[in-house]
Write a protein that binds this ligand. Sequence first.
Ligand code: NAD
Length: 497
Amino acid sequence: MDRLSHWIGGKLVPGESGRSGPVYNPATGEQTHEVDFASVPEVDLAVETAREAFTSWRRTSLSKRADIMFRIRETVHEHRADIARQITDQHGKVLSDAMGEVARGLENIEFATGLPNLLKGGFTEQASTGVDVYSIRQPLGVVAGVTPFNFPAMVPMWMFANAIACGNTFVLKPSEKDPGASLYVAELLKEAGLPDGVLNIVQGDKVVVDRLLTHPDVEAVSFVGSTPIARYIYSTGTANGKRVQALGGAKNHMVVLPDADIEMAADAAVSAAYGSAGERCMAISVAVAVGDAADRLVEAIKTRLPEVKIGHGLDPESEMGPLVTREHRDKVAGYLDSAREQGATIVEDGRQLGLYRESEGFFLGVSLIDHVSTDMDAYKDEIFGPVLEVMRVDTYDEALRLVNDNPYGNGTAIFTRDGGAARAFQFDVQAGMVGVNVPIPVPVGYYSFGGWKDSLFGDTHMYGPEGINFYTRGKVVTERWPDPGTSSVDLGFPRTR
Ligand code: NAD
């Protein structure tokens, strides 16, 4: 059994804690690796290594750091197919989707290559007589990232690209379910010339995360994962004096107005609900059909479902792969029973899929539930699987209220031909990312990503300009130079005039 270990100081460091966990190939159900879980001393070693590397990394000139970021971009781009393969092997998503994940991660590295420009400060000449004022942004020190299983390469890139470009050193704790891709990326960064100790990886579970949250030398923590853990990370990290951004779960609604292009809306709903087997924080999980859009939309979605090709992620024919673990697959399937018992209509039950019954892989077919209401468990919980729910409302106002009353506020979308309705929606809707006839409005790398309400704890969104702010702190310098004859003792509060 292959072991996956830690990456500290630019090399693989085998775990010594005696604790570990299994990593599966979800398409076959086989355990392929055992991943080491770090102990507190192993986490401390990674933080200490990062702290030592910080001393010289923050002194490295911007042009040299930018040069390394460019080389990282080239190396990751060159090996993007290998990274995607690692993702498919351990996460299960189809290879084309994994390639898309790497491409979106690369956007963040590309953004970070602009660091000399991004870190420019401001300067005010002659703020007072002979006095100039300037502002700069400096790195924090050692920063940590804790990431989810569903984007094992992209989400770490959301964090470390800006963090290291700004001059910080980084300790990553990837998901224990699919840690292979980030280890491989760490090797690529070394190959690209990143100094040892600037990026470190400790594998593991809550023990590791708790140590990072309390370690006195960790200045900031970025987290992406489910809402209960995000809330915990935020409260524990901030109570320990750290800067924290913690992105949580989602329940993304797509509102379909009666005037929408129903064929386009159905294509979008199927793509956004079932892509990556619904294991995306920006997946559409609820279609809110307004008025007479409902029957037409459900019919149009239903006709598309038999066409979705489900299979092994390495099969180029496959459009949707398995779920990440057997337990998660079974939990997702359980919502089909509870929804039926609580009064919904199961239009398509993914358990009818041959692969669900006959394969050892963690497959579940596409599932469609109609007549869902807010009191059902299937609505209240984030299902995180290939299940699309349809809710029927009479008016636009009802649809908006439904979206706004939901505790999550990650992404949402509206489908309509009415520009005024779309504008009203983006103005009033309580969510951090909004699509107009776009079902998965993940911001490009030069904007920032983040939800509202229970989808994000903290003040700053992730990556893009807000990422630069998160990983730096401001300093303002007020300076004057000796000018004979202008100096005197003055006990008053400094004035500028
Ligand atoms: P998760 O919350 O179970 O795990 C995320 C990370 O936290 C992992 O590294 C895990 O090891 C760690 N962790 C788990 N339990 C912990 C605990 N008790 N204490 C400390 N650390 C703990 O999430 P997941 O199942 O890996 O990922 C899926 C979730 O992530 C979904 O809820 C999804 O919506 C969310 N997600 C959100 C975004 C976003 O941008 N908002 C993006 C991707 C995924």
